[in-house]
Design a protein around this ligand. Structure first.
Ligand code: KPL
Length: 299
């Protein structure tokens, strides 16, 4: 087995907690959040079992006081809109060449990170479904797949190494040398699910009921041609199957945007819907459903 590296996970939301709980079993892991908290993380497994897991936790504000080993990689699990400022704060504490792994939704932060960060920036597209429960809990509502690569495909060996550690930690992960396509596919999934479940305050699986089913299909009908107009290859089984398969697999999940709305936090409206509206403007296409979703979703 390879010697276990030190990784940091930045952001103690649902995905940050989930990745930290899994990774702490196989490598030296620190979870960096905003609020100080030393209690174990409570993991609600998809099977219904509950485990308390000790995870080393630190805050961004107190990082300077700690003498942790510097990380070999930092997983960015912050919200898309909070990522650049968090990385700026983090930069003072790590080697500027440290690889970053971006878990963010949408497709706007990833190219910006690649522009500003001196080291490698890997991007992940994950369909793991999780929501936070209380101050230290996370419900793993549906197991998914995580794809890892980088925009220019410059770091395949690093991406494969990262995939090795994710798999060892029990997350199903693969290297993808066309990660940009995969990020656009994930954006289609998020745009079809997140604004609707946030607006109607429902779990993903309820989208299969009337009248939501039709609404989802209408959104997908608008997104597919727009993305293809941007040069994105459609998923092998088509846009509708891509989205409906995730809805079925993550039926019990409270999507991230619903969690944000319920908690009164800013949403990822810009990261998820703005790239599609920009594509519509560029292609001079009407996108009335996406426009309505954008206006109905709090920022
Ligand atoms: O990515 C997600 C999210 O909640 O943001 C999905 C895949 C829609 C799972 O709920």
């Amino acid at each position: 087995m390879r010697p276990a590296p030190t990784w940091w996970v930045l952001g103690a939301g649902a995905l940050g907690r989930l990745f930290a709980i899994r990774l702490t079993t196989t490598l030296s892991l620190h979870l960096i959040g905003r609020r100080p908290d030393d209690s174990p993380l409570r993991y609600h497994a998809p099977s219904g079992e509950i485990h308390d897991v000790d995870v080393a936790r630190t805050t961004l504000a107190t990082l300077a006081l700690h003498t942790h080993a510097r990380p070999a990689l930092v997983v960015l699990a912050t919200k898309s809109h909070a990522t650049l400022s968090a990385v700026e704060e983090l930069a003072a504490h790590i080697d500027p060449q440290t690889p970053l792994l971006s878990l963010q939704n949408g497709f706007s932060i990833q190219p910006r990170l690649a522009d500003i960060w001196a080291g490698p920036v890997l991007c992940a597209s994950t369909t793991e479904g999780a929501y936070v429960e209380g101050n230290a809990g996370v419900v793993h509502a549906g197991t998914g797949t995580t794809w890892v690569g980088d925009i220019e495909n410059t770091w395949p060996a690093l991406a494969r190494d990262c995939v090795y550690w994710l798999n060892l930690a029990g997350l199903s992960a693969y290297h993808d040398d066309a990660i940009v396509q995969r990020l656009w596919h994930k954006l289609a999934i998020n745009a079809a699910i997140n604004p609707l479940v946030a607006r109607y305050r429902i779990r993903n699986g309820q989208l299969r009921d009337r009248p939501f089913r039709r609404m989802v299909d209408t959104v997908i009908d608008e997104i597919g041609p727009l993305l293809e107009g941007e040069g994105v290859t459609p998923p092998p089984a088509g846009w509708h199957t891509l989205v409906w398969e995730v809805i079925a697999a993550m039926a019990n999940n409270r999507a991230s945007m619903l969690q944000d709305v319920l908690a009164g936090r800013p949403t990822e409206r810009e990261a998820i819907l703005r790239p599609l509206l920009t594509a519509a403007e560029r292609q001079r296409c009407a996108a009335p459903t996406l426009e309505t979703l954008y206006h109905d979703t709090p920022s």
